[in-house]
Design a protein around this ligand. Sequence first.
Ligand SMILES: [Zn+2]
Ligand SMILES: [Zn+2]
Length: 182
Amino acid sequence: MPYLKIRVDEIREQGLTLSAQEQIADYPALLAVQKAGECQFLAPLEISLTIIREYDHIRASGEVGTSVRLACSRCLAVYDAAISSAFTIFYTKASAAVQLDEEVELAEQDLVSATYAGDEIDFAPEIAEQVALEIPFKPLCKEDCQGLCAVCGVDLNAATCGCEKQESSLKFNALQGYKVDR
Ligand SMILES: [Zn+2]
Ligand SMILES: [Zn+2]
Protein backbone atom coordinates (compact mmCIF):
# COMPACT_ATOMS: atom_id res chain seq x y z
CA MET A 1 0.00 0.00 0.00
CA PRO A 2 1.93 3.00 -1.23
CA TYR A 3 -0.19 5.68 0.40
CA LEU A 4 -2.13 5.93 3.62
CA LYS A 5 -5.34 7.18 2.07
CA ILE A 6 -8.53 6.58 4.00
CA ARG A 7 -12.05 7.48 2.96
CA VAL A 8 -13.50 9.89 5.50
CA ASP A 9 -16.87 8.10 5.59
CA GLU A 10 -15.09 4.91 6.69
CA ILE A 11 -13.86 6.63 9.86
CA ARG A 12 -16.29 6.09 12.73
CA GLU A 13 -16.46 7.42 16.25
CA GLN A 14 -15.12 4.16 17.65
CA GLY A 15 -12.08 4.58 15.46
CA LEU A 16 -10.04 2.73 12.93
CA THR A 17 -6.71 1.14 13.79
CA LEU A 18 -4.17 0.14 11.24
CA SER A 19 -0.55 -0.72 10.98
CA ALA A 20 1.49 -0.43 7.83
CA GLN A 21 4.97 -0.89 6.55
CA GLU A 22 5.76 1.80 4.03
CA GLN A 23 8.66 2.02 1.60
CA ILE A 24 10.79 5.17 1.77
CA ALA A 25 10.70 5.23 -2.06
CA ASP A 26 7.01 6.16 -1.85
CA TYR A 27 7.75 9.24 0.26
CA PRO A 28 9.20 12.09 -1.83
CA ALA A 29 9.77 14.27 1.26
CA LEU A 30 11.97 11.58 2.84
CA LEU A 31 13.80 10.89 -0.41
CA ALA A 32 14.61 14.60 -0.48
CA VAL A 33 16.05 14.42 3.06
CA GLN A 34 18.18 11.48 1.98
CA LYS A 35 19.28 13.20 -1.23
CA ALA A 36 20.31 16.27 0.80
CA GLY A 37 22.74 13.97 2.63
CA GLU A 38 21.13 14.34 6.06
CA CYS A 39 20.74 10.60 6.51
CA GLN A 40 20.35 7.31 4.72
CA PHE A 41 17.22 5.30 5.44
CA LEU A 42 17.98 1.66 6.25
CA ALA A 43 14.48 0.29 6.73
CA PRO A 44 10.86 0.90 5.73
CA LEU A 45 8.62 3.03 7.91
CA GLU A 46 6.76 1.03 10.55
CA ILE A 47 3.53 2.86 11.19
CA SER A 48 0.74 2.25 13.66
CA LEU A 49 -2.19 4.59 13.46
CA THR A 50 -5.51 5.08 15.21
CA ILE A 51 -7.97 7.32 13.42
CA ILE A 52 -11.02 8.61 15.26
CA ARG A 53 -13.85 10.93 14.29
CA GLU A 54 -14.35 13.60 16.96
CA TYR A 55 -16.72 16.58 16.89
CA ASP A 56 -15.80 18.50 13.76
CA HIS A 57 -12.43 16.91 13.11
CA ILE A 58 -10.54 13.67 12.57
CA ARG A 59 -7.85 12.78 15.07
CA ALA A 60 -4.98 10.56 13.93
CA SER A 61 -2.58 9.40 16.59
CA GLY A 62 0.12 6.82 16.43
CA GLU A 63 3.75 6.02 16.08
CA VAL A 64 6.19 5.85 13.23
CA GLY A 65 9.68 4.40 13.34
CA THR A 66 12.54 3.44 11.09
CA SER A 67 16.32 3.26 11.22
CA VAL A 68 18.80 5.59 9.62
CA ARG A 69 22.51 5.89 8.97
CA LEU A 70 23.96 9.21 10.11
CA ALA A 71 27.33 10.92 10.06
CA CYS A 72 28.51 12.42 13.35
CA SER A 73 28.69 16.20 13.07
CA ARG A 74 31.83 16.31 15.25
CA CYS A 75 34.00 13.34 14.28
CA LEU A 76 32.35 12.39 10.97
CA ALA A 77 32.00 8.75 12.06
CA VAL A 78 29.13 6.93 10.37
CA TYR A 79 26.68 5.27 12.73
CA ASP A 80 23.18 3.77 12.66
CA ALA A 81 20.33 4.88 14.86
CA ALA A 82 16.70 3.99 15.41
CA ILE A 83 14.30 6.88 15.21
CA SER A 84 10.69 6.97 16.26
CA SER A 85 8.00 9.52 16.79
CA ALA A 86 4.68 9.45 18.59
CA PHE A 87 2.28 11.96 17.11
CA THR A 88 -1.24 13.31 17.20
CA ILE A 89 -2.58 15.10 14.15
CA PHE A 90 -5.94 16.85 13.93
CA TYR A 91 -7.51 17.08 10.50
CA THR A 92 -10.23 19.60 9.84
CA LYS A 93 -12.10 19.88 6.59
CA ALA A 94 -10.57 22.65 4.51
CA SER A 95 -13.90 24.41 3.99
CA ALA A 96 -14.89 24.32 7.66
CA ALA A 97 -14.34 27.56 9.49
CA VAL A 98 -11.77 27.05 12.22
CA GLN A 99 -12.30 29.24 15.23
CA LEU A 100 -9.30 31.24 16.26
CA ASP A 101 -9.29 30.22 19.92
CA GLU A 102 -9.25 26.59 18.86
CA GLU A 103 -6.16 27.15 16.73
CA VAL A 104 -4.38 28.84 19.60
CA GLU A 105 -5.23 25.96 21.87
CA LEU A 106 -3.77 23.44 19.42
CA ALA A 107 -0.56 25.46 19.14
CA GLU A 108 -0.17 25.55 22.92
CA GLN A 109 -0.44 21.79 23.09
CA ASP A 110 2.19 21.45 20.40
CA LEU A 111 -0.02 19.21 18.34
CA VAL A 112 -0.10 19.11 14.59
CA SER A 113 -3.15 20.40 12.79
CA ALA A 114 -3.81 19.81 9.12
CA THR A 115 -6.67 20.16 6.72
CA TYR A 116 -8.21 17.82 4.19
CA ALA A 117 -10.41 18.36 1.18
CA GLY A 118 -12.67 15.92 -0.59
CA ASP A 119 -13.72 12.44 0.49
CA GLU A 120 -10.44 11.00 1.68
CA ILE A 121 -7.44 11.89 3.80
CA ASP A 122 -3.92 11.00 2.78
CA PHE A 123 -2.08 10.56 6.07
CA ALA A 124 1.30 10.03 4.40
CA PRO A 125 2.55 13.65 4.11
CA GLU A 126 2.12 14.50 7.80
CA ILE A 127 3.60 11.17 8.89
CA ALA A 128 6.61 11.77 6.62
CA GLU A 129 6.94 15.20 8.22
CA GLN A 130 7.06 13.58 11.68
CA VAL A 131 9.89 11.33 10.52
CA ALA A 132 11.80 14.23 8.97
CA LEU A 133 11.54 16.16 12.25
CA GLU A 134 13.23 13.28 14.08
CA ILE A 135 16.35 13.36 11.90
CA PRO A 136 18.91 15.11 14.11
CA PHE A 137 20.10 18.44 12.79
CA LYS A 138 23.53 17.91 14.36
CA PRO A 139 23.97 14.14 14.72
CA LEU A 140 26.33 12.94 17.45
CA CYS A 141 27.78 9.42 17.48
CA LYS A 142 27.72 9.75 21.27
CA GLU A 143 26.74 12.49 23.68
CA ASP A 144 30.34 13.34 24.62
CA CYS A 145 31.97 12.88 21.23
CA GLN A 146 35.33 14.70 21.31
CA GLY A 147 35.36 15.40 17.60
CA LEU A 148 38.38 15.92 15.41
CA CYS A 149 41.37 18.06 16.32
CA ALA A 150 40.91 21.38 14.57
CA VAL A 151 44.63 21.56 13.86
CA CYS A 152 45.76 18.07 12.78
CA GLY A 153 42.43 16.35 12.18
CA VAL A 154 43.08 13.36 14.46
CA ASP A 155 39.96 11.67 15.92
CA LEU A 156 40.14 12.74 19.56
CA ASN A 157 37.85 9.85 20.60
CA ALA A 158 40.56 7.39 19.61
CA ALA A 159 43.79 9.31 20.08
CA THR A 160 45.34 12.40 21.56
CA CYS A 161 47.61 14.80 19.78
CA GLY A 162 50.13 17.39 20.84
CA CYS A 163 48.41 20.29 19.16
CA GLU A 164 47.96 23.45 21.14
CA LYS A 165 44.27 23.89 21.85
CA GLN A 166 43.11 27.41 21.31
CA GLU A 167 39.56 28.35 22.01
CA SER A 168 39.34 30.37 18.82
CA SER A 169 40.23 27.38 16.65
CA LEU A 170 37.66 25.23 18.46
CA LYS A 171 35.01 27.82 17.83
CA PHE A 172 36.03 27.99 14.21
CA ASN A 173 35.74 24.24 13.96
CA ALA A 174 32.26 24.32 15.46
CA LEU A 175 31.26 26.92 12.92
CA GLN A 176 32.55 24.79 10.08
CA GLY A 177 30.62 21.83 11.43
CA TYR A 178 27.52 23.94 11.36
CA LYS A 179 28.03 24.71 7.69
CA VAL A 180 28.66 21.09 6.76
CA ASP A 181 25.36 20.08 8.32
CA ARG A 182 23.22 22.26 6.14
ZN1 LIG B 1 31.40 11.60 16.85
ZN1 LIG C 1 45.90 17.80 16.72
